[in-house]
Design a protein around this ligand. Sequence first.
Ligand SMILES: C[S@@+](CC[C@H](N)C(=O)[O-])C[C@H]1O[C@@H](n2cnc3c(N)ncnc32)[C@H](O)[C@@H]1O
Length: 222
Amino acid sequence: MITNGGTAATLHYCAPVPLQPFEIEPAREPMPARAAAWLQAAQVRIDAFFADASHVSGIGFIPSDYDLVWRTLAKFAHGQTGRLRFCEWGSGFGVITGFAALLGMEAHGIEIDACLCSSARELLAANGLRAEIAQGSFIPEDYEPGERLVDLDTRTVFGKRDAYDDLSLALDDFDVLFAYPWPGEDALYKDLFLRRADFSAVLIMHSRVEGMRAWRKVAKRK
Ligand SMILES: C[S@@+](CC[C@H](N)C(=O)[O-])C[C@H]1O[C@@H](n2cnc3c(N)ncnc32)[C@H](O)[C@@H]1O
């Protein structure tokens, strides 16, 4: 069950609140066998990736807490009506994009690293999961960070071709965005979501420190 952070009265009479945080209490049930098998298959590739002698730590792909993300997404998906269109920003090996497919969503991932894209596509296909991975940036080429985000020094890659055309979709075509930003980069992802996602879209983010958080973009009220 989704618990809204604010009340209708607060929304109506106070200053505009375009991003409304809400809680998703992660499901308590263990991961079902199909999801566990998917995670296990992906984990083999992830372990090999980190064991490779050429791996440089601290940049590029870092896995989120997949058990926690599954339980959160599963709870969120439960009770939603219609088929949700999902996009994982920076999809790495596509684990969470695969979870979204397993939960019945139209699943997409965008990843800047071509090798990770190939691995994710192979893994998803080998496990019979329908999901699309596009290689490129999830940051639209014409996006400029909000004024409060100047002097950005990020590990999120900037200035590359975005991948939305390859998906034949725009950022505001998605119902659910998921991201696992590097520490200190949450504000960037929230800014992009706030300025480019559709109203009523949901942003779900994982953080090693803060766990799972979710926001819904709501219409401004005068
Ligand atoms: C912290 S990892 C998270 C991976 C995956 N979401 C997960 O939870 O396992 C961030 C990923 O974003 C990718 N990335 C960084 N900047 C990007 C950009 N502008 N567009 C698309 N992917 C990007 C990295 O290559 C990396 O795979």
